[in-house]
Design a protein around this ligand. Structure first.
Ligand code: GCW
Length: 681
């Protein structure tokens, strides 16, 4: 039958090695769960399904302690767990952390999965199952884990007509037409998948928002989804269209300081909470790309965010106010705009507002330096926004494992409080003592059978969740987990394919935007090369604005001789990045306009290095394609062929990028393609 990837990393196929099965069976002889709640039921069902699949025998519930039993619950709902006196271990784990302990209960060997809350137990259950799926030792477990970031949220850019902005995996999985009465199994599988990686929130609707989602007709459907997700610890959020009071409330204005507008939002929030008592809050895109916002009324972002925050504060709701803004006037450098607008507002937001900042200052490019707002707003919790969907990364035809991209930003040092002031420490709140913390990923999920279009897109959903829970995890560890669960534990498969994943992002950077080049994709759809794009309504919607190639050289000067966007970073960064000799080469043309004959570290000229990178990138995709051929024996035919065909496409696209960019830039450089690199065909 079809093996289309629907089961994601939760496949639970029989472990082939009988000895290993035996070992796990001895440690899962029964399930003792004294409490009872929808969340614990979800944990039980998952365990039952997984154990019977992996071990080929049912997991029996037991009421007594027998050797090898699994004991699940919290000290509150399980007398057995209470008797173990784990308080000192549990207290530091907070409301979502979990503890997995190999211990003895009544002199019988047992594995205890416990937490301070049922959802913690569920997270622990998924972790335990992962140990089996990845075939780890489970004899002497003492695992405690708690999320480092509180709000770990998917952002769906899903429209009410089921199209998905920047979605490449079919249509939206929210079937508004059949909601609220029809609960698609997919909603539950979606919630299971998210819970398995600790994602605890989902914004159902596009940031380019439709006010209709806030009407009763839709709110009853939102309630149905929230009810389905609740057992899995997944909270629902919505986008709020700033002009909703006019569009669905018949008011004349949406001015955030207008008393009628404030009352309208208060009432609207109360209505939302009447359907969804644990509603998470609002995500808002305002005064950006034509969206309405407080600036339409001469107010600022804080005025807008605070008005919404006040409407939901007493219910515990939060406002995630996006910093992805750019003017209707074309700036000298779009990279500066968010900082210019938001930095002066530091300290003026309500306590339940987070400002949500994209990882880099332009827009989800294959590579960007970290956004200068990180570290610059000590009094305002900043939330990270990563893009999981591959808008600028070859969309769903390219295999690009994004953990290295996310890690690069999280590990970047802002130096705002001296060395070691990493972006991760800004986001997890430890640097500036933020009370609220959050991280968002723009979802790559659609109704394709495999959820993400490209099977390897699942790894990006997976790694986003894992890094949201713990930004210190390595890309390699996450890839290893995901591959083992998704494909096989065979090292002959794991080694080459893990390597392929880990290299894939750098490869893409090479064939698309090496050395700090950016935003030279096709106009508007952002697919394929388009370095020649010019003459559009706005200069910053063209490619020539970003690469600035001339007969002399190439690159965007963001130093004091140019736009001076560099001044938005801390002095240590300014110093390092401001000098082309010390600027990390991967950001060279992001910050500097350099002559074609400028000598780079390899000893090549800048022109020679650009050519080298494009050729190398395209050649590496050829190697990826060959590597995939070598692992055919380990993968079912359907998934093997799926990836194989996509790698063929990716190789064509990489060559297309190489040839288009090299030939286009050559019209400026006037130099030959260096010997040794083949001529474009
Ligand atoms: O990346 C750009 C996209 C837009 C998107 C916008 C944003 C939702 O091209 O499609 O709109 O960013 O993040 O608001």
């Amino acid at each position: 039958f079809a093996d289309d990837g629907y089961r994601l990393w939760q496949r639970y196929d029989l472990i082939k090695d009988a000895q290993k099965r035996q070992y796990y069976q001895e440690n899962t002889t029964g399930l003792l769960m004294e409490g009872n709640s929808p969340t614990l039921t979800a944990a039980r069902q998952e365990l039952e399904m997984a154990i019977s699949g992996l071990l080929g025998k049912p997991l029996r519930s037991s009421t007594a302690i027998a050797s090898g039993v699994l004991v699940l619950g919290t000290p509150q709902n399980s007398p057995v767990i209470k008797s173990l006196n784990l308080a000192s271990k549990l207290v530091p784990l907070g409301s979502e952390g979990f503890l997995i302990l190999s211990t003895t209960v009544n002199n019988k060997k047992a594995t205890v999965i416990t937490a301070n809350s049922d959802v913690g137990v569920l997270y622990g259950t998924f972790h335990f199952l992962k140990l089996l799926q990845t075939q780890q030792d489970i004899n002497n477990l003492a695992i405690s884990s708690a999320p480092k970031i509180k709000n770990r949220i998917l952002n769906h850019w899903d429209n009410l007509d089921r199209t998905v902005e920047r979605g490449y995996a079919g249509f939206s999985i929210w079937d508004w037409h059949r909601l609220p009465d029809y609960i698609d199994q997919r909603y539950l599988d979606y919630a299971r998948a998210n819970a398995s990686i600790g994602i605890n929130g989902t914004v159902l609707t596009n940031v380019n928002a439709n006010a209709l989602i806030l009407t009763k007709d839709y709110l009853i459907k939102v309630k149905a989804l929230a009810d389905a997700f609740r057992p899995y610890g997944l909270k629902v959020y919505l986008t709020a269209r700033f002009s909703a009071p006019i569009e669905i409330g018949k008011l004349k204005t949406a001015d955030p300081l207008d008393p009628e507008v404030k009352t309208w939002w208060k009432n609207k929030a109360a209505e939302v909470y009447s359907y969804v008592p644990d509603f998470g809050g609002f995500l808002v895109k305002a005064n950006s790309e034509g969206q309405p916002g407080p600036q339409n009324y001469g107010r600022n972002h804080a005025d807008g965010a605070n008005m919404l925050a006040d409407a939901i504060a007493d219910k515990g709701g939060i406002v995630m106010w996006r910093a992805f803004v750019y003017d209707n006037k074309v700036p000298d450098d779009r990279a500066k705009q968010a900082f210019t607008e938001f930095k002066p507002l530091d300290g003026s937001f309500r306590k339940n507002v987070l400002v949500q900042v994209k990882n880099g200052p332009i827009d989800f490019q294959p590579r960007e330096p970290f956004h200068p707002l990180f570290g610059a707003m000590p009094k305002t919790p900043l939330m990270m926004e990563f893009q999981i969907t591959q808008e600028y990364l070859g969309q769903a035809t390219n295999l690009v494992y994004q953990a290295p991209l996310y890690k690069e930003t999280l590990d970047a040092d802002t130096y705002v409080k001296g060395a070691g002031s990493t972006v991760a420490k800004v986001i997890d709140g430890s640097l500036h003592h933020y009370q609220l913390t959050g991280i968002a990923g723009v979802s790559n999920i659609g109704n394709d059978r495999n959820w993400t279009g490209h099977l390897f897109g699942q790894a990006n959903w997976y790694c986003f969740g894992r890094l949201a829970w713990d930004p210190t995890l390595s890309s390699e560890k996450i890839a290893d987990e995901w591959l083992r669960m998704t494909f096989t534990n065979e090292t002959a498969f794991l080694n080459p394919i893990k390597n392929l994943m880990l290299q894939s992002r750098e490869t893409l950077v090479n064939y698309m935007t090496p050395l700090g080049l950016h935003h030279i994709m096709g106009y508007s759809h952002h697919y394929g090369p388009g370095p020649w794009i010019k003459d559009k309504q706005r200069a910053d919607w063209t490619s020539v604005y970003y690469h600035k190639a001339t007969a002399e050289g190439i690159g965007f000067d963001r130093t004091p001789t140019g736009s001076n966007a560099l001044a938005q970073y801390s002095p240590a960064i300014q110093q390092k990045f401001g000098n082309p000799q010390t600027c990390p080469e991967e950001f060279l043309l992001w910050f500097h306009h350099l002559k074609w004959d400028y000598k780079v570290k390899s000893g090549r000229t800048l022109w020679g290095e650009i050519c080298q990178r494009y050729y190398q990138g395209a050649a590496e995709v050829g190697k990826m394609r060959q590597t995939w051929q070598t692992i055919q024996a380990f993968v079912d035919a359907e998934r093997f062929n799926h990836v194989k065909m996509l790698l063929n496409i990716q190789e064509k696209e990489a060559r297309w990028w190489r040839d288009a960019c090299v030939l286009y830039f050559q019209t400026f450089s006037g130099r030959p393609i260096p010997a040794g690199l083949e001529k474009p065909t």
